[in-house]
Design a protein around this ligand. Sequence first.
Ligand SMILES: O=C(O)CCC(=O)C(=O)O
Ligand SMILES: [Fe+2]
Length: 281
Amino acid sequence: MNYSADGVSKDKKTHGVSESYKPSSKLDENIEELNRDGFVILKDLFTKEDCELAKKKIDMIYKNQIDEFGGKKKLEYINDQNVARALFVYDDFFVQFFNNKRILEVLEKCFGKKYILNLQNSPINKPYDAHYGSTWHRDLSYQHFVPSRPVAINVLVCLDSFTKENGGTYILPGSHKYEVFPSESYRIKNETQIEADVGDAFIFDSLLYHRAGANNTGKDRNLIVHMYTLPFVKQQVSFPRMLNGKLSENEELAYLIGYDSETEDSVINWRQRRKKRYDKQ
Ligand SMILES: O=C(O)CCC(=O)C(=O)O
Ligand SMILES: [Fe+2]
C-alpha cells in the first residue's frame, strides 16, 4: 500500500500506519488469524459421509479399548472414560483426518517442514456430563511459557456440528500470547464459543486456553482431537512402537507419524539411523 506525505493511505482506511500485513492468499489470511487470535476455522474439509462413518468406527474402537483395559469401571477409576485414543493405530481409515492437504499446508506455514502428530483422540461429549476437557486448560499442560512461534497446534475435526446448545468449545482469544491464566472477570467478559459445521476443522495454538462447553442436548457431540508438535515434543503414546513398521512406506507420512524422531535405544542404533540418512544422499 502506498502512503502520501501526511501518512494517509491511498484507500483512506488508515493514517499514520506505515507497516501492514499483506496476505497474498487465503492461506495467508488463515495464518494471520491463527497467529493473532490463536485460532481459525477451515470450512468443509471432510464429507458428512466420512464423518458419520468415523463416529461408528470410534464407537467400535472405544468398545475395544474398554475391553483392553478390563472394563468401563476401570476407565472411570482413572478418569479416562468416554475418550477413544490413538484412532488410526486401530483403523487406518483415520489417517485421512490428520494427513489432510489443507491442514498440512497451514501446519507447514506455522512449523516449517518438520513437525509430527502428537496425538489423535476422540472425546465423546455426552449430554449433561463433564470430562477432563470441560475445565479451562492448555493442551500443553502445566506450561506457562509463550514461544515466539508455535510449538504445538491443535486441529479439532467436527464430526457433529458445534453449537451453543451442544457445548461447542469455549476459547479465550489471544491467550496463547500470555504466560499467566487470566482473572475470572476477564474470562467471563472475553470467553467466546466456537460454532462450526460437520466436516469443518477448528485449528488453534495448543497454548490457547479452552474448554468444552456443556452439552444440553440429548445427543453426543463427537469430534476428533489432533495435536501436532515440533518433533522434540514427546508423543502421548509412541505411534512408531505401537505400529511396529506399519504405515512407514510413505516417507512423508512416516515422518509425520514420528518414525524419524523416536529416542533410540543405543548409540549404535542412533548411528544406524544417521547412516540411513547419509546413504540416501
Ligand atoms: O471437546 C471439546 O470441545 C474440547 C476437547 C478438549 O479440549 C480436549 O480434548 O483437550
Ligand atoms: Fe483441550
